[in-house]
Design a protein around this ligand. Structure first.
Ligand code: SF4
Ligand code: SF4
Length: 120
């Protein structure tokens, strides 16, 4: 898709299937300071939110959190039946910054940025 058009659509909140593929394949990762906000969205404490809704990752000696996956699938626990994100206002940084139509390099770069923040 032409870059200018994609940028315009992103501002307007575009919704094609490529973005939804990410939600079905692998939930995006949170930044560390987003956990408290996401927990508050459900009126939960951070440990309660992590226990109920998160996957813990250990990658490159870095601990990080993402939304959990539905049991027996790779799909994000917050991806609802209408194909929408149940935590859209507080969704992970990676979900807000990486789009399905962008190349793998951008996905990798963003994951590296997030890992650096968790290592601090
Ligand atoms: S894949 Fe790209 S064009 Fe499609 S919804 Fe996501 S950002 Fe928009
Ligand atoms: S948090 Fe929302 S945008 Fe991110 S993977 Fe889950 S359903 Fe998709």
């Amino acid at each position: 898709m032409e870059k200018k058009l994609v940028r315009k659509q992103k501002r307007q909140g575009c919704t094609c299937d490529k973005c939804k593929e990410c939600c079905k394949r692998e939930p995006g990762w949170f930044m560390p300071d987003e956990i408290a906000t996401a927990a508050a969205f459900f009126s939960l404490t951070e440990p309660e939110f992590i226990n109920k809704y998160c996957n813990e990752h250990l990658e490159d000696n870095t601990y990080a959190l993402s939304p959990a996956q539905k049991v027996g699938t790779t799909e994000c626990i917050f991806f609802n039946k209408k194909g929408e994100c149940d935590i859209h206002p507080v969704k992970p940084h990676e979900c807000r910054k990486v789009f399905g139509c962008e190349g793998i390099t951008r996905h990798r770069k963003m994951r590296d940025i997030i890992k650096r923040r968790w290592r601090r």
